[in-house]
Design a protein around this ligand. Structure first.
Ligand SMILES: *[C@@H]1O[C@H](CO)[C@@H](O)[C@H](O)[C@H]1NC(C)=O
Ligand SMILES: *[C@@H]1O[C@H](CO)[C@@H](O)[C@H](O)[C@H]1NC(C)=O
Length: 343
């Protein structure tokens, strides 16, 4: 009897494991998608692509690099969309939706923008042309269903950690005028797109989140189109802010939607069972926070496998941040995401 019960329990576990996948669970929880970042060079890795196309796990893709300014307008007025188009085609072939990423960011910016010494009016016209042309090129191509509009990170990382504006070429030249200029250009180019401002270190409440909230309030008061806040969520194991769910709710209460746009949870290597258990718990916490707030519309991981994670190349000695390992095998973190959606 005990043995039969064990066999049945094992069968049930296997069954629930095979159906309980990241996107199917996200949608069952009322979200639009669970998704992942990807990048053009990764599309030559066939086992990687096979899992990328697993729509039970991923219903949404974000291009990690190929829609950024240096990739799309490397020379003033000369637009190159081949890389972004490849990711869109990859998504469309599998019925996956996209998030556009991004129009205006002070990194991966071609030299001609930063070194051009443009005056305010000229830089604003360059931003208007860049965002309008980029968003216009992809209008209607990225969300496939009428009910799911295109979404764009129009503004990326505008804040310092203390909530003041980053002193980049855009702010130094235009003040905050670049923000409404970019948002209005995106709205004109794709009236159906959901327009986001996306940043990191705005997971918990604090000065930077307050800066974001104040900006969104001001934009709304001025009639500037703004639909969403992207909470990047590049987190550290054991350091998920306890105020995450409250902060998501606070953003939603401003009258915008929220997406978790770049989730990964890194650690100082080596990857140990204790760190794996904490990481599993941390993924569960993040997902359950999104699940609990109706206006949190979806979650994107910043690539699904440690094989292609940006973390080791950026944070020396750190890594193992993704739900799948370098061999494309699921880690306990995967189960943390499952548990978060079921919480
Ligand atoms: C913007 O101005 C600040 C303060 O003068 C300066 O430190 C910073 O280097 C400037 N940024 C750029 C991109 O020019
Ligand atoms: C840049 O131009 C805009 C639009 O004319 C104006 O509102 C803004 O104050 C200007 N910014 C600076 C720093 O002069």
């Amino acid at each position: 009897m005990a043995k039969t019960a064990t066999i049945i329990a094992t069968l049930l576990l296997n069954v629930s494991f095979s159906v309980a996948q990241l996107n199917t669970l996200a949608q069952a929880a009322g979200k639009l998608y669970f998704g992942t970042a990807t990048d053009n060079p990764e599309l030559t890795d066939l086992p990687y692509v096979a899992q990328l196309e697993n729509t039970a796990d991923f219903h949404q893709l974000t291009p990690a690099n190929s829609m950024k300014w240096d990739a799309t307008e490397p020379t003033r007025g000369v637009f190159t969309f081949a890389g972004g188009d490849q990711i869109v085609a990859q998504a469309q072939a599998n019925g996956q939706i996209m998030r556009g990423h991004n129009c205006v960011w002070h990194n991966q910016l071609p030299d001609w923008v930063e070194a051009g010494d443009f005056d305010n009016a000229t830089l604003l016209s360059i931003i208007e042309n860049h965002c309008g042309t980029l968003v216009g090129h992809y209008a209607g191509q990225m969300y496939l269903a009428e009910s799911q509009k295109d979404a764009w990170d129009v503004i990326n990382e505008p804040f310092n950690d203390d909530g003041t504006f980053a002193q980049d070429v855009f702010f130094n030249t235009t003040g905050t005028s670049y923000i409404p200029t970019a948002l209005r250009a995106a709205r004109a180019a794709d009236p159906n797109a959901k327009l986001y401002i996306n940043d990191f270190n705005i997971e918990g409440t604090g000065a930077k989140s307050t800066g974001m909230a104040n900006l969104v309030k001001q934009l709304k008061a001025e009639g500037v189109p703004i639909d969403g806040i992207g909470i990047q969520s590049h987190l550290i194991v054991g350091e998920v802010p306890t105020t995450l769910q409250q902060n998501i709710q606070d953003f939603v209460d401003l009258g915008v939607e929220v997406a978790i746009t770049e989730l990964d949870i890194r650690m100082t290597l080596p990857y140990t069972p204790i760190l794996a258990a904490q990481q599993t718990e941390d993924y569960r916490t993040v997902i359950s926070a999104c699940k609990a707030v109706a206006g949190c519309i979806g979650v994107t991981v910043w690539d699904w496998t440690d094989k292609f994670s940006w973390v080791p190349g950026t944070f020396a000695g750190q890594g193992a941040a993704c739900p799948w390992d370098v061999n494309l095998d699921k880690k306990p973190a995967y189960e943390g995401i499952v548990e978060g959606w079921l919480s």
